[in-house]
Design a protein around this ligand. Sequence first.
Ligand SMILES: [Zn+2]
Length: 269
Amino acid sequence: MKNLIGKKFLTANKAVRIYKVEIPYASIPSHVTNYSNGEFKLFCTKLLINGCSMKGLLNDYQRISIRMKFPGTSNTISISIEGSGFVNMLASERLASLETSVNTLMKKKEAILTATQGSSNFGQSTSTIPFSETDPDKIIQHFFQQSEQIDTAFYTHYFKGHWIGYMVQALPGADVGEVEKIISNLRSSHSENLWQQFEAEWLFLTNFLFTTECYCTKEMYGQLLLSWSHTDLIESIENSHSEEMVCTSCGKKYHYTPKELSLLLGREV
Ligand SMILES: [Zn+2]
């Protein structure tokens, strides 16, 4: 596994934590960079970078999966972040081959985000919120603020051949607006010198490892499907509707028949 390295910092007052990832363009999965729909390509890239930053939150046994369901049938994209460091994305075949933009989809009505967090020891919890943003930075920020009630913000940008992502999160004792202030400082700085100055003011805590390389399997994505709302899967089964999915990281296609979906759910077939 080719590891990339993220960094975890605390602000000097120890009230805000910051996760930073830096990903060479060459480590963005080729399937993402080959999308002809430029807007979807950017959406997937930013979602991937956000997922890599979130890896900093997890210990080895934890995982987070986030699924976004856009208006229309089978317009879903999921990102799975494993404590072991694997960050993978899976989209419905229909969404991945979409010619229209996420913006256009969102004009119709709200989209739904479902996040599942858990570990092998403590089971998992799921929360669902509607969202209307079209930028992954804002969508995930909205999730942390609405569902987790933790002031959190993301900033993802491209600089000199690298994608750089920051996740900034308030800890108890943080001032109101402190997270937003850090993000706006980062956003308004356009030189390496300025970023280095910010980092020099933070306390470096630790590195964390992750990879954007894909080793996906049908079983692995089956587990991701299970973290979805079971109502959707049951609806597919009852309508004899297969789920056609494409791994957004490597481009492999996966087909789950109603029978396979039933088996995943542990239902009699
Ligand atoms: Zn894959």
